[in-house]
Design a protein around this ligand. Sequence first.
Ligand code: GLP
Length: 239
Amino acid sequence: MQVIVCRDYAEMSKKAAAFVAAEMKKKPALVLGLATGSTPVGLYDELTALTKKGEITFKQVTTVNLDEYYPIDPANDQSYRYFMNENLFDRVDIDKKNTYVPDGTAKDPAAEGKRYEALIDRLGGADVQVLGIGQNGHIGFNEPADALVLDTHVTDLTENTIKANSRFFASENEVPRQALTMGMGSIFKAKKIILLVNGANKKQALATVLSGALTTAVPATLLNLHPDVTLFCTEDAVK
Ligand code: GLP
């Protein structure tokens, strides 16, 4: 794992954006794996600014998001589809037909997982996958467990995640108890991964990742097995 420690959130977002922009310039029809949460917002702001300046274009880009709450309507302002529209898709020149997020309204979530995995395969996996990390070390919604799941699947959220994510909802009761998420194998189909970690509250999870440990109790540690991961983190997440 290549580690890039940044002074603060603004620098982390800029450096991560420069990385993604360089990949978009190399391959205009990039398949870009995207994440939600507060961490990548700065990256999406920077990518929007670069697009407005005419330095990059999303015209040929396809995006594939990591996860979505289940069940949730895309019109719900807490859905990850809504988040992506607001924070990126509606601000850049992407063709929305080429933006994929698991369907939080699917009647059969297991079937939706299979459909989404087939889509990832059809795209040949992400060229670059953006990841954040949960306080408990989850990536996407691959929560700490005795065993992790390979493909896109429906999963129960842990109490820790429900609590952490309740800050975005009117109350904890409104946080969906399940999610559709890429599995560890779906994430590993990405050729390159960038992991963004901001803030002291991620310190413990990040320290476990950087110790080189491999444990399903901290799913992000499995990234130590991927051949091309770049970590962009803030100083306070490592010191
Ligand atoms: C959610 C998402 C993750 C994200 C995590 C951290 O649970 N499923 O993909 O990495 O939140 O969020 P934040 O960046 O707001 O700390």
